[in-house]
Design a protein around this ligand. Structure first.
Ligand code: NAD
Length: 247
């Protein structure tokens, strides 16, 4: 349904879960996909898996919290491929600790990866998107950015901020034909859920009006749509993909 031939798509946290599935989906739609991951072994593994299926992939593992390192890798990518069309900020870290067990350093760690890293990558690609007079930035938020959650406050706090960053940059970058949107997944079957006990998970799934847990492909499909020209008049939106779950 979607064709991203000749488009270069960069996905952070692309080595597993939602990010890997998104990489696979864009590959199937003929994009050149660049993965960012946290270490060489996982990046190499994900790239080998995709390239063994004949897909066009490349991977890097910059420290997302070091702006200069991120900017230098983005510059390398730009010089190698001569353009960059879509950025999907997907790397993320969850938290389930009660406030009394959360140190300020625990809090900062979650905010750093979910928000500051996102800011760094966006800041590094923006000059290239401006020069090209266009680009698409997609951020991974969460349903907890709308409803909050009853423990692990750092996580919803960071995702509320992701929505603020998305809506604000959509306004700032619209004059340059750069669209900025976010997808807010509900409960999605990935490693991130391995922290959540069955005792907590089962009633949650039961409460989802569509009656099932989400799949990484549900989120990848939303990214495909928002990255495509079919969404060319959509910016500043936080798209819930959650089966109408209310947390
Ligand atoms: P996951 O744990 O499988 O994947 C997380 C990804 O982020 C991995 O690729 C990992 O390498 C990357 N990452 C984590 N810390 C990093 C760091 N320090 N540096 C670089 N990369 C780092 O989880 P997932 O469920 O696929 O999560 C992907 C995104 O979806 C996250 O932003 C998450 O908050 C969001 N999300 C997930 C769910 C869910 O139910 N799974 C729900 C809502 C939102």
């Amino acid at each position: 349904m979607f064709d991203f031939k000749d488009k270069v798509v960069l996905i952070t946290g692309g080595t597993r879960g939602i990010g890997y599935e998104t990489a696979l989906s864009f590959c199937k739609c003929h994009a050149k996909v660049i993965l960012f991951g946290s270490k060489s072994s996982t990046v190499d593994e994900a790239c080998s898996k995709l390239s063994s299926c004949g897909y066009d992939v490349d991977g890097y593992y910059p420290n997302l919290l070091d702006y200069d390192e991120v900017a230098s890798v983005i510059e390398t990518i730009y010089h190698k491929y001569h353009h960059l069309d879509v950025l999907i900020n997907n790397a993320g870290l969850s938290s389930a600790k009660k406030i009394e067990d959360t140190t300020s350093s625990d809090f900062s760690k979650v905010v750093d990866i979910n928000l500051v890293a996102m800011f760094n990558v966006i800041k590094a690609v923006t000059p290239y998107f401006k020069e090209a007079n266009g680009g698409v930035i997609l951020n991974t938020s969460s349903m907890v950015s709308i409803y909050g959650q009853s423990s692990g406050v750092a996580y919803p706090a960071s995702k509320f901020a992701v929505n603020g960053l998305t809506k604000s940059l959509a306004l700032e970058l619209a004059p340059y034909n750069i669209r900025v949107n976010a997808v807010a997944p509900g409960i999605i079957k990935t490693d991130m859920l391995s922290n959540v006990s069955d005792e907590v998970l089962k009633p949650l799934i039961k409460s989802i009006p569509l009656g099932r847990i989400g799949l990484p492909s549900d989120i990848a499909n939303a990214f495909l749509f928002l990255a495509s020209d079919m969404a060319s008049y959509i910016t500043g939106v936080i798209l819930s993909v959650d089966g109408a779950a209310k947390n």
